[in-house]
Design a protein around this ligand. Sequence first.
Ligand SMILES: [Zn+2]
Length: 251
Amino acid sequence: MKTRKFIYLLGGCALLLSGVVSAYVLLTPERTWQSAPTYIVDNRGNSTIADNDRGATATVNAILSNDAWNNTDAGTVVHATKGNISSFTLGDGIPMLNFEDPTGACDGTCLAATFTGYYERQGRGRSRSYRIFDADIVTNTAYNWTSENEDPNGSGCSNEFYIEGVQVHEIGHGLGLGHTNVGGATMFPSVSSCNNGPATIEADDANGILALYGSGGGGSCELGQAGESCTANNQCCSGKCRGKTGNKSCR
Ligand SMILES: [Zn+2]
């Protein structure tokens, strides 16, 4: 049985080595999407996956599953749909899940990787927060992949990695989570072949999402959204209150 790592890029991998982490880890700085992103999942799939569409639908279903990120008290935090990703571009504001790796960033023990560096500051001072605007995912084609349709519950699986579990993990990065040291959690940094456990989130993972997107979390901006009236910059999520006096709105 092989164990391979997930990685995320431009994040804080060094946190893993500190030995003081006892639960979920949020990316630093803490960042969230202002509204649930819609991931375009590569409709080419991966040729090593023997199901109807080479794992594409399996991946969409896993992302949207009640076993994954949308079934916490934070509500729906991610959307996903199968589509053409030929316009794949890092940082363009369109989150895509690529079953290949045109960036060449994910090789060796990397199974898949999420580009977490595309966020921006909004607001000023105490109301400051960080908004994610893109978080593309790439996948290492050097591995043999499988899906629950090809190998239900591990039966028939041999030296393959489940696309569902790995991509649910990567989506966790895309939503603002780092790696936890809680074994068995989706955001644990490695997974064994033929183990689709990461497709089902654990309490630690759910707590991380709640910290970011739950009603008690600090991630969502409760200041003015674009178009809402304001009188000062610090009343707007964007930090930009523009217009003539008496008729200003957040941009
Ligand atoms: Zn990871």
